[in-house]
Each structure stands twice: as structure tokens, then as C-alpha cells.
Design a protein around this ligand. Structure first.
Ligand code: PGA
Length: 248
């Protein structure tokens, strides 16, 4: 049985002192034995967040990192900078990074490989636009994103990965995918992993749904056979996140 993983993506919200305050408010609410809980906070808040989460079940994740070790990459953050301060997870290829910061399937792949070199668990994002859904190419498109993201990734690494399926039209819009739509694509992703690797790897990998997850939609979504938790934006900044984590 796969363990659920429920991650909050804070995006560009909360100053460092506000981040500590929010972690302190949420920590009693997100206690659970049944899921891994991750808070992906802005880079500048990673250090105080790791400190504030000590002794709790909260893991801290980054929202991005670069695929080189060090050097002349102004503004970027290297993987060993994350691991040194106690970061365990990193979101890779969020649709906002693809849209506003020119990330591509190729850069996603480089970052995934680099994250594994450093023992970070990548939360690899994929998902179609509204136009792609209406054109009926959702599954083809997501399969391509997954195939490129996993180039050169070993089967052992793949088994430890987390994939977040996030239809772009559902992110921040309040328009959550139907349970059937979410489950259909998450199953297609698992089938794709089975084709690339094997059934054991596909059974081990964890696939989240993301896009307007709320306290009221979490239970049905996370109860689907191929949905192993969620990547939660807006609702991760509120007490509701406690309800999402304890969705049962
Ligand atoms: P949302 O964001 O929950 O606010 O839709 C999800 C995400 O972008 O990860």
C-alpha cells in the first residue's frame, strides 16, 4: 500500500516571519500517522521553516532548484544548498515555472536527475492546458511530459519519485477536476511508468492530484485508487490544510 503524500505549495506567499507563524499555527492541525506532509515554502524561508518544523511530522520542500552544482547562475539555488539546510523535497516543473520562467520538459529532466544525485525527492509536475483538454490530447501530452522527465532516471529512483498531476485549468481557479478526470489521468501516468520501467515501479511511485484541492474535495479525490495525495496551493495557507491532511 502506498503511503499518501500531501504537500502544500505556498508559491510566492509569506515572508520568513509569517512563514514561521503559519507553521506554528498549522503544526497541531497537520498531525497524522497516515501521510507524509510537506510544506514547500519560498526559498528565503527554507531555513527558518526547517527550524520551526523540527520535532513535528512536517517536512520542508523547496519550490525550485537549478540543475548545476554551482557557478555563474545569478539568482539560482543549487541542490546542495537545499540539502545542507535540511530540505527533503523539491517541486520541479510546476506549470507556473513552465509558463513564466521558460522551463521545459528538458530542464525538468535535468533538474530531476540532479535532485536524485543529491538525495532530494522531486515532486515532478505535469498537466494539460484547457485547450489541450478540449482538443482531446490530455493523455498524449501528459505521457510525453512524463517520458521526457524520466529520461535517464533509474528504476530505483523512479520508485521514490512523486508526480503531481495538475491540470493547468484547475490551478488557482476554484475549478477542480472531477474525480473521474483526475483518476483517469493519474492512472494513465501510472501505466506510462509501468511501460517505461515495470509494474513494481509503477505500483511504488506516488502520484498526487493538484488544482483547487479543498477541504471538501480532498476526501473523494484522495480515495481514488491511483491518487496518492495532493499538491495544494491556496488551501495550504489556511487552517483548511489540516482538514486536507486529515481528509478521512
Ligand atoms: P491551487 O494550486 O491549489 O491554488 O489550485 C495548486 C498548485 O499550483 O500546486
Amino acid at each position: 500500500m502506498r503511503r499518501k503524500i500531501i504537500a502544500g505549495n505556498w508559491k510566492m506567499n509569506k515572508t520568513p516571519s509569517e512563514a514561521v507563524q503559519l507553521i506554528n499555527e498549522l503544526k497541531p492541525l497537520v498531525v497524522t500517522d497516515e501521510a507524509d506532509v510537506v510544506f514547500c515554502v519560498p526559498a528565503i524561508s527554507l531555513i527558518p521553516a526547517v527550524e520551526a518544523a523540527k520535532g513535528t511530522n512536517i517536512n520542508i520542500g523547496a519550490q525550485n532548484m537549478y540543475f548545476e552544482e554551482s557557478g555563474a547562475y545569478t539568482g539560482e539555488i543549487a541542490p546542495n544548498m537545499l540539502t545542507e539546510v535540511g530540505v527533503k523535497y523539491v517541486i520541479i516543473g510546476h506549470s507556473e515555472r513552465r509558463e513564466y520562467f521558460a522551463e521545459t520538459d528538458e530542464t525538468v529532466n535535468k533538474k530531476v536527475l540532479k535532485a536524485f544525485e543529491h538525495g532530494l525527492t522531486p515532486i515532478i509536475c505535469c498537466g494539460e492546458s484547457l485547450a489541450q483538454r478540449e482538443q482531446g490530447v490530455t493523455i498524449d501530452f501528459v505521457r510525453q511530459q512524463i517520458k521526457v522527465a524520466f529520461l535517464g532516471v533509474t528504476k530505483e529512483q523512479a520508485a521514490k519519485s512523486v508526480i503531481a498531476y495538475e491540470p493547468i485549468w484547475a490551478i488557482g481557479t476554484g475549478k477542480v477536476a472531477t474525480t473521474e478526470q483526475a483518476e483517469e489521468v493519474c492512472k494513465a501516468i501510472r501505466d506510462c511508468i509501468a511501460e517505461i520501467y515495470d509494474n513494481d515501479t509503477a505500483e511504488a511511485i506516488r502520484i498526487q492530484y493538484g488544482g483547487s484541492v479543498s477541504a471538501s474535495s480532498a476526501k473523494e479525490l484522495f480515495s481514488q485508487p491511483n491518487i496518492d495525495g495532493g499538491l495544494v496551493g491556496g488551501a495550504s495557507l489556511k487552517a483548511d490544510f489540516g482538514k486536507i491532511v486529515n481528509y478521512k
